[in-house]
Design a protein around this ligand. Structure first.
Ligand SMILES: NC(=O)C1=CN([C@@H]2O[C@H](COP(=O)(O)OP(=O)(O)OC[C@H]3O[C@@H](n4cnc5c(N)ncnc54)[C@H](OP(=O)(O)O)[C@@H]3O)[C@@H](O)[C@H]2O)C=CC1
Ligand SMILES: Nc1nc(=O)c2c([nH]1)NC[C@@H]1CN(c3ccc(C(=O)N[C@@H](CCC(=O)O)C(=O)O)cc3)C=[N+]21
Ligand SMILES: [Mg+2]
Length: 289
């Protein structure tokens, strides 16, 4: 069997198109477009690429996207001042501080400082808590993108045995929480694996839906996949030849799965689409809308 492709690039394009009407309505009501500011500290090359992609996508959707580039020598206090200024800026609906931050800056202190109503990454404890109790406001963009990608391809999650590989606050944990939500895109039976989990291949073999977010290239092999399972690969790694690959050996898994995400062109573009969608939602709520 050859798996069908969960096309994140095309789906993200469609979502950007659908946001246009909402962006126009915000412009009418507020007299300005939705605003998103990404803060990039230091010059990590991968972070630089992601932030540039976000800026481009924002522009394509009619959102005023700005990048604040700060030197790697920036102190935590200086970064907190920048966050305070963005919190107070009425033209900024969404704030994103690109992770990882340089050593010496505590990411938790920075995330805690972002106004929850502008936290379009969905990393602030208030937004994480709202998701955990089934009242999501802003959910983390990557897992939200996964769920939206599945929904738009008609992939049924309800009742499925889902296995999430990875428990990070950005991907694994919120992914598990979204799949666990009551109704609509949730209602899965969720297992979460991490570095202390025993016999991961055996756990993965039970999965109807697998989400791989371990950050290890080629970690998941084809013979771990249950025939007909849905495979979502969040991992992204640059090979020595410059090409990209995921946490799953695509060539093997696509022989067994029913649906699979490619890398690139799968989860990555959906992450950015959800960031834009969260930003438009923040703008819609701004000024009492
Ligand atoms: N496409 C996109 O939009 C995005 C892609 N990514 C990519 O997704 C991947 C994961 O990102 P992120 O969650 O931030 O990564 P982290 O490194 O923060 O988390 C990795 C998780 O995987 C677990 N893990 C690591 N090694 C193993 C192992 N050998 N066996 C079992 N579990 C293991 C860790 O366990 P423990 O907790 O025990 O340490 C941890 O929970 C990366 O490749 C990243 O680049 C990330 C964000 C967005
Ligand atoms: N505060 C914060 N929020 C994030 O959402 C965040 C972050 N920090 N730090 C890093 C991770 C990683 N991440 C990606 C976004 C887009 C692609 C993406 O566009 N990927 C393309 C390819 C990109 C390329 O060509 O390199 C694809 O998969 O097709 C990938 C990864 C967001 N993250
Ligand atoms: Mg995100």
């Amino acid at each position: 069997m050859s798996a069908r492709i969960l096309d994140g690039k095309e789906t993200a394009r469609a979502i950007r198109g659908e946001l246009a009407g909402r962006v126009a309505a915000v412009r009418d009501r507020l007299g300005r477009p939705p605003g998103l500011t990404a803060v990039l500290v230091g010059d990590d090359p991968a972070s630089g690429i992601y932030v540039k992609n976000k800026e481009k996508a924002a522009g394509a959707a009619g959102i005023a996207g700005e990048v604040r580039r700060l030197p790697g020598s920036t102190s935590e206090a200086e970064l907190l001042d920048v966050v305070d200024a963005l919190n107070a800026d009425p033209k900024v609906d969404g704030i994103l501080v690109q992770l990882p931050l340089p050593k010496g800056i505590d990411p938790d202190r920075v995330i805690d400082r972002i106004l929850p109503a502008k936290d379009v990454d969905g990393f602030h404890p208030e937004n994480v808590g709202l998701l955990a109790i089934g009242r999501p406001r802003f959910a983390s963009c990557t897992p939200l993108g996964v769920v939206e990608l599945l929904r738009r391809h008609g992939v049924e999650v309800r009742g499925a045995r889902a296995v999430v590989l990875g428990r990070s606050n950005i991907v694994g944990k919120p992914m598990a929480m979204l799949l666990l939500q009551k109704g609509s895109v949730g209602d899965a039976t969720v297992t979460v694996c991490h570095s202390a989990s025993r016999d991961i291949p055996a756990i993965v073999r039970e999965a109807d839906l697998l989400v791989a977010a371990v950050g290890r290239p080629g970690f998941v092999r084809g013979d771990w996949i249950k025939p007909g399972a849905v495979v979502v690969d969040v991992g992204i790694h640059r090979r020595e030849d410059g090409s990209l690959c995921g946490d799953v050996v695509f060539e093997e898994a696509s022989e067994v799965a029913s649906w699979i995400t490619p890398v690139p062109g799968g989860v990555g573009p959906m992450t950015i689409a959800m960031l834009l969608s969260n930003t438009v939602a923040a703008a819609e709520r701004a000024g009492g809308g």
